[in-house]
Write a protein that binds this ligand. Structure first.
Ligand code: SAH
Length: 467
C-alpha cells in the first residue's frame, strides 16, 4: 500500500493522545514540537510523558478513555499498551472522519507518524509504510549525517531574501539560477561554517550586483561516469549530474546511472556505436558550445574516464576556442573497473611491472599498433574496443614473440550484474569468444596476471567461463 505524504499544520489545534508509556512519549514529543494543543488521556503516565506534560502545560486526564473523548479532535493518536483499545479508537475515529494513528498497527488507523530529520524550517520525513521501522531508522540516521545541521539556517536566510530576489531578478530562470548558486556555492559554505553575518552580506552583495543577469552564463561539465556500477561514480560527478540543465550522454552510460541525472534535465543521446555514430564528433562539439551559450549547465557524460579513449580532449579544445567555461571530472576507466571486479590486478610484483592501455579498434580491417613494443614479458596489455579485432590482436602478438600460451581474459559489461569473464590464452580466446556469443562493451587483458583470476575472483563468480 502506498501512502500520500502530507505535512499537517496542527499548531493550536486540538489533538488527543491516548496512552502514557514510552511509545506515547515519542509521539507526544512530535505533537509538542508541532505546537499542537494536546490532551493526554491515560490512567498512568511514565516519567517522560509526565515531564513533557509539565513542560508544555498540557491538559492531562488521569483515567480510561471514553468514546466521547474524540469529539472535536483534529488528530487522534492511539498509543496505549492495550491493542484492543487502540483498534477501537482507530475504528471510532475513522467513522467520524477524524485523522487517527494507531501505534500498534497503522492499518487500523489512517496516518503514520514518520521518522523525522528536523532542520527547522526544513523537515525530512521517512516512512517505510510500516514495512520496517529498523530500515526507517537507518535511513534517518544516514540523512542526519549527510544533511548539514545549518540547512535550516540556510533556508531561513533564503526565505528572508526571496521576495527581494524576485523583484530584482525578474525572470524565473534567472531567479532559479541565482538561488542554485547561493545554495550550492560559497555563500552556503559560509552558513555551514557558522559565518551567518558574512553569508548574509555576501548574499546582499550578489543580489545588488548590477551585472547579475550577465553573470549567469553556461558551463560544460565533462564527467566520467565509470564503467557501469553507479556506486563507482565520484561525489563530484553525482553532484554535477544533479544540477545540470542538459545532458549529452553516450551509449556506454548505463541506465542506472542515467536514473541519477536531474529528472527534468534535457537529455540528448550522442550515441557512438561502432560504425553507427549517431552524432558526429564535430556536431557533438558544436552542440556543447550551443547549449552552454544558451546559459545552460551542460553535463557531457561519458563512460569510464573522459580522457581515456573518450575524445574528451577534442571536446574541451572546442570549448576553449569558443570561450566556454568547463570542468573535467575523472571517472573509473574500464580497465580499472574490469580488473578490480574480475580479480585480475593489472600490475603485480611477480608478473607485471607495467601496464599498457591500447585501442584495439580496427582501421581498414586491421589494427595498426607498435607490436614490437607490446609483445613483451612482464607487462600487462589492456585492449579497449578490441572485440572485433580480437583474432588479429592475438595473431599479431604471437607473431611478434609472445608465447601462444600467454594467458588472456575477456571481460564483458564489467562491474555490472551482467559481467562475464572468459579466461583462455592467445591461442584459445578467439574461439572461446565465438562459442559464447559475446556482446556489449568488452575489454581484453593479456599477460600472466590473468592467472591470478582463479584465486582472486570475488564478484559474480557464477557467470565465469574458463577454457
Ligand atoms: N572512456 C572509456 C572508454 C571508451 S572506449 C573508459 O575510460 O573506460 C569504449 C571501450 O571501453 C569499449 O569498447 C570497451 O572496450 C571498454 N569498456 C567500457 N565500459 C566497459 C565495461 N563496462 N566492460 C568492459 N569494457 C568496457
Amino acid at each position: 500500500m502506498s501512502l500520500l505524504p502530507l505535512f499537517i499544520d496542527v499548531s493550536g489545534k486540538p489533538c488527543l493522545l491516548v496512552g502514557g508509556g514510552r511509545v506515547a512519549a515519542r509521539k507526544l514529543k512530535m505533537l509538542c514540537e508541532a505546537e499542537a494543543e494536546v490532551a493526554v488521556i491515560a490512567p498512568e503516565l511514565c516519567a517522560e510523558v509526565q515531564t513533557l506534560c509539565d513542560l508544555h502545560g498540557l491538559q492531562v486526564k488521569a483515567r480510561n478513555f471514553k468514546d466521547e473523548d474524540i469529539t472535536g479532535q483534529q488528530l487522534v493518536i492511539a498509543a496505549s499498551n492495550d491493542t484492543r483499545l487502540n483498534n477501537h479508537i482507530g475504528a471510532l475515529a475513522r467513522q467520524r472522519n477524524i485523522l487517527v494513528n494507531v501505534s500498534n498497527d497503522f492499518k487500523q488507523g489512517d496516518v503514520v507518524l514518520p521518522s523525522i530529520i528536523n532542520r527547522d524550517p526544513i523537515q525530512i520525513a521517512v516512512s517505510t509504510g510500516g514495512a520496517s521501522p529498523v530500515l526507517a531508522r537507518q535511513l534517518r540516521s544516514n540523512l542526519e549525517r549527510s544533511t548539514p545541521s545549518a540547512y535550516g539556517t540556510l533556508a531561513t536566510i533564503v526565505e528572508k531574501y526571496r521576495g527581494k530576489a524576485k523583484q530584482i531578478l525578474k525572470t524565473d530562470k534567472t531567479i532559479r539560477r541565482f538561488w542554485e548558486e547561493v545554495v550550492q556555492g560559497p555563500i552556503a559554505e559560509m552558513v555551514f561554517a557558522g559565518k551567518i553575518d558574512a553569508a548574509e552580506q555576501a548574499l546582499v552583495k550578489k543580489l545588488t550586483d548590477k551585472n547579475i543577469s550577465q553573470q549567469i552564463s553556461g558551463e560544460v561539465y565533462l564527467v566520467g561516469a565509470g564503467p557501469g556500477d553507479p556506486d563507482l561514480l565520484t561525489f563530484r560527478a553525482l553532484r554535477l549530474m544533479q544540477q545540470a540543465d542538459a545532458v549529452v550522454y553516450d551509449r556506454l552510460v548505463s541506465d542506472q546511472i542515467m536514473e541519477l541525472v536531474r529528472k527534468d534535465a534535457e537529455k540528448i543521446y550522442a550515441g557512438k556505436e561502432r560504425s553507427r555514430h549517431t552524432l558526429e564528433q564535430e556536431s557533438i562539439n558544436q552542440l556543447l558550445v550551443r547549449l552552454a551559450k544558451e546559459g545552460k549547465r551542460v553535463l557531457r557524460l561519458k563512460g569510464g574516464d573522459p580522457f581515456i579513449f573518450g575524445r574528451g580532449g577534442e571536446e574541451i579544445e572546442t570549448l576553449m576556442q569558443q570561450g566556454v567555461h568547463f570542468q573535467v571530472v575523472p571517472g573509473v576507466t574500464a580497465a580499472a573497473g574490469c580488473a578490480a571486479y574480475s580479480g585480475i590486478p593489472l600490475t603485480h610484483r611477480d608478473h607485471a611491472q607495467a601496464c599498457i592501455f591500447v585501442t584495439g579498434h580496427l582501421r581498414d580491417g586491421t589494427v595498426n599498433l607498435n607490436w614490437d613494443m607490446l609483445a613483451h614479458a612482464n607487462q600487462t596489455l589492456v585492449f579497449y574496443m578490441g572485440l572485433h579485432g580480437l583474432k588479429i590482436i592475438c595473431q599479431r602478438l604471437i607473431e611478434h614473440g609472445l608465447p601462444d600460451s600467454t594467458p588472456a581474459a575477456l571481460v564483458t559489461k564489467g562491474t555490472t550484474p551482467e559481467q562475464r569473464v572468459l579466461i583462455g590464452d592467445l591461442s584459445t580466446l578467439p574461439q572461446l569468444v565465438e562459442t559464447h556469443h559475446v556482446q556489449g562493451p568488452t575489454l581484453i587483458i593479456v599477460g600472466t596476471v590473468v592467472t591470478l583470476h582463479s584465486k582472486l575472483h570475488w564478484f559474480m563468480t557464477d557467470r565465469e567461463i574458463e577454457a
